[in-house]
Design a protein around this ligand. Structure first.
Ligand code: SF4
Length: 380
């Protein structure tokens, strides 16, 4: 056995967020502690493959090391505040609290054949508490509390989904070396479309992606991950440089700068054409998809002219359009168009040659649909 340096409480340093460290950084930190690489690999496996959150249970780590870790890197999970399941589509919204007591939400959505592989599960992840982007149609923007989530807190949402899925008998085996356990019930797809602007928490997003795509634990293919942005254009090439195959979604929601300036303040700094040019300039990848997310708002962005501009823009970028009729939330000043208007809009987009899907958000009856996430602690 490799020698382990004595670890004393005198070495206690400010707490280290070990759950946020991708494997190479965990190995580097262990090297600083005088610990061999294989010990870091063992800890990483406990944290992100077995999803263990108690050092005392990590039986193949020496007791002195476990005690030291408990001292300098106490593990903090997210607490499940409430869980609520949709009677309509089986989606589950979990309200979670961070170690600072801030509420965030994640939504676990069983998908039907029209949305993906039958029987597959997509999880919508939050990247921030609240959101400072201020989109006028979004409940999250109204939250008074705003903070970045750590990479560990982003990943922990997936760990919680795994544990719940496994407890409900949805383990599939065959992941991360074929181990049985909670990881075998991981969701099939991840979308960063929950609370927050993922690119506004860029470093944590990259670390979370590193952990989620690590073949020694979650092992998500980039083709199973979509990162959404309201339009923080300068981070898009950086994201693509770090993770070239992750899918991108642009929350567009208006086809003129005048309307988008009003709906999404980010547009004042990054107008529509700027973002279009950034997306067009990305190095092509055969499997990366770009989608335009378009929340349909009655008498705001649902005209036939909007439909034509949207279709033309999507073709310029090679993007698929997801049109999502607006999901109302208490206090919202928008409504969704009537069915006939929605159908005419979709037909008009298709007449430009663009591809478009009309999507109804999951979990509308539990406040879990797109734009409805508002960190409710009390759910009716
Ligand atoms: S729509 Fe997205 S970017 Fe805009 S305020 Fe809501 S969470 Fe933030």
């Amino acid at each position: 056995m490799m020698p382990v340096e004595p670890l004393t409480t005198a070495e206690i340093v400010p707490s280290i967020d070990v759950l946020s460290l991708p494997r190479p950084r965990l190995i580097a930190w262990f090297a600083e502690l005088g610990q061999p690489k294989f010990r870091a690999e063992q800890l990483f496996r406990w944290l992100h493959s077995r999803l263990e959150r108690d050092y005392a249970a990590m039986s193949d780590l020496p007791a002195a090391l476990r005690q030291h870790l408990q001292n300098v890197a106490p593990l903090a999970s997210l607490d499940i505040e409430t869980a609520r399941q949709s009677a309509i589509d089986g989606s589950t919204k979990l309200v979670l609290t961070t170690r600072h007591g801030a509420p965030i939400e994640t939504v676990i959505m069983p998908m039907d054949a029209a949305d993906g592989t039958p029987g597959s599960v997509t999880q919508c992840l939050s990247s921030q508490v609240g959101c400072k982007m201020g989109c006028d149609f979004c409940a999250t923007a109204r939250l008074p509390v705003r903070a970045n989530l750590s990479a560990g807190e982003i990943v922990e949402q997936v760990a919680i989904a795994c544990r719940r899925g496994y407890a409900e008998g949805r383990g599939r085996g065959g992941v991360a070396g074929g181990q049985d356990g909670p990881l075998s019930a991981r969701p099939h797809n991840l979308v960063f479309m929950g609370m927050g602007e993922p690119l506004d928490n860029f470093a944590a997003l990259l670390d979370a992606l590193d952990i989620l795509m690590d073949p020694k634990c979650y092992d998500f293919s980039p083709r199973r991950i979509t990162v959404s942005t309201s339009g923080l254009a300068k981070f898009v090439p950086k994201l693509v440089a770090a993770q070239p195959d992750v899918h991108l979604a642009w929350s567009l929601t208006a086809t003129t700068d005048a309307v988008r300036d009003r709906l999404m303040p980010v547009n004042k700094g990054v107008p529509i054409d700027t973002m279009v040019q950034v997306l067009r300039a990305l190095p092509p990848r055969p499997h990366r998809k770009i989608t335009f997310e378009y929340a349909l708002l009655r008498d705001v962005n649902d005209s036939l002219g909007d439909a034509r501009r949207l279709g033309q823009m999507a073709q310029l970028v090679g993007a698929h359009i997801n049109a999502i009729p607006f999901n109302a939330w208490p206090g919202a000043s928008y409504t969704r168009p009537v069915r006939l208007v929605i159908e005419r809009f979709v037909d008009e987009v298709r007449s430009t040659g663009a591809s478009i899907s009309l999507r109804e958000s999951k979990g509308q009856d539990i406040g879990a649909a797109c734009g409805q996430l508002a960190g409710e602690k009390t759910l009716g």
